[in-house]
Design a protein around this ligand. Structure first.
Ligand code: PMP
Length: 415
């Protein structure tokens, strides 16, 4: 059992959980793998892998097309997965859940479809300085085409956002606020409900990039009140190549389709096409059915464990790692927001992150090194990048100890 100080009710059988993830028993460089790159992608439990295999070995068929048995079965499983996503984020209806290739495609869908109709010359789109390129570049591209302006809210030295500064940047020209729920680079958890309220008071549409949040904390889109919320299954223990977006029904209804093709139509003549109802209007072509089923299995899996248990252990891992890192005067932690998710970005003395990462890898430890798709943030911090250790609920304190041993080795070699 893991131990949650002050809250034993939230503990769980860590060894049993680890056994659910086949890759965790793998060796790398002849050492047991320590996987600390969970912010890039999470590992998959056996139930998710089984779901993919079972789909292709027993159910494979196209959805929403045929009356034959397999197609009906696959359609029902696919729509069942949509319902799981709806329930997980607490959307009102499955009409508000659109499957995409992932968070990036979800944001591009909104930029193209909503943005194309609602952003005009002179308008402003507001983002923060800690956005992932996925929640920056699509808006930059849109601004260029529509002659609009991208406004960037700076962050405080600890990586958090000053809400007064953010509110001060919301002008009568601001049409959209696109902001991350959790920073993949600094771990900052933004107060998205409060932020949404501030924006809505000024009539600004709000998109929350939830790529990093769904696996760590309970997401409730109705409570947040946002207009759009985007996510990727592979960051939530599900397969790659599937994710999606939540959008409020009235906004989605008013939006034009993103792509044309099969599935998104009601009636087609050479002269004119009428579009399908929600959510299919935004899902042109054959969807990633196996991925959706795997996504549903992943959400079931973490729901069985419970997000309260998951976040309690991840917070304990963060506390432990922060304590151990802080005891080493050569380590500089980048990002100390009071509300922080279970990742630590850091530098060791003046050692380049790539050099450090290469040595750490020799210990069988997977950490991410580089700019983490937040190049402007790194530029503003005046650093070439960071080393990032991002923890999931299957990680252990012993693994953090092993990372510390590797860091000491890096220091011996380079300093
Ligand atoms: N936003 C954030 C905060 C992310 O961390 C990521 C993935 N690193 C994305 C968006 C993009 O997600 P994906 O690559 O799965 O589309």
């Amino acid at each position: 059992m893991n131990s949650i100080p002050g809250n034993p009710d939230l503990s769980f059988d860590l060894e049993k959980i680890r056994a659910d993830f086949p890759i965790l028993s793998r060796k790398v460089h002849n050492k047991p793998l320590v996987y600390f790159d969970n912010a890039a992608t999470t590992q998959k439990p056996q139930v998710v892998i089984d779901t993919l295999v079972e789909y292709y070995s027993g159910m494979n068929s196209n959805v929403h097309r045929g009356v034959h048995y397999l197609s009906v079965e696959a359609t029902s499983a696919f729509e069942g997965a949509r319902e799981k996503v709806r329930a997980f984020v607490n959307a009102s209806s499955t009409e508000e859940i659109i499957f995409t290739r992932g968070c990036t495609e979800a944001i591009n869908l909104i930029a193209n479809s909503w943005g194309g109709d609602n952003i005009n010359s002179g308008d402003e789109i507001l983002i923060s300085a800690i956005e992932h390129h996925s929640n920056l570049v699509p808006w930059q591209m849109l601004c260029e085409v529509r002659h609009a302006k991208l406004i960037v809210c700076p962050v405080l030295a600890d990586g958090s956002i000053d809400l007064e500064v953010l509110a001060g940047l919301m002008s009568s020209k601001t049409r959209l606020l696109a902001i991350t729920h959790i920073s993949n680079t600094l771990g900052t958890i933004n107060p998205v409900k409060e932020i949404t309220k501030l924006a809505h008071e000024k009539g600004i549409v709000v998109l929350i990039d939830g790529a990093q949040a769904m696996s760590h904390l309970k997401v409730n889109v109705r409570d947040i009140g946002c207009d759009f919320y985007t996510f990727s299954a592979h960051k939530v223990y599900g397969p790659m190549g599937i994710g999606g977006l939540y959008g409020k029904k009235d906004i989605l209804t008013a939006m034009r389709p993103y792509q044309g093709g099969g599935e998104m139509i009601k009636n087609v003549t050479f002269e004119k096409t009428t579009f399908n109802d929600l959510p299919y209007k935004f899902e042109a072509g054959t969807p990633n059915v196996s991925g959706a089923l795997g996504f549903g299995a992943a959400l079931d899996y973490i729901s069985r464990i419970g997000l309260d248990r998951i976040s309690a252990w991840e917070n304990e891992l963060l506390r432990y790692a922060t304590e151990r890192f802080s005891a080493d005067p050569l380590i500089k932690i980048i990002g100390n927001a009071p509300q922080k998710s279970s990742l630590i970005s850091f530098l060791i003395g003046n050692i380049h992150p790539y050099d450090a990462g290469t040595i750490i890898d020799q210990f069988g430890i997977a950490v991410r090194t580089g700019t983490h798709c937040t190049q402007p943030l790194m530029n503003s911090l005046g650093i070439p990048g960071t080393i990032r250790a991002s923890f999931a609920f299957y990680n252990t304190k012993e693994e953090i100890d092993r990372l510390m041993e590797a860091i000491v080795k890096v220091e011996e070699l380079f300093l």
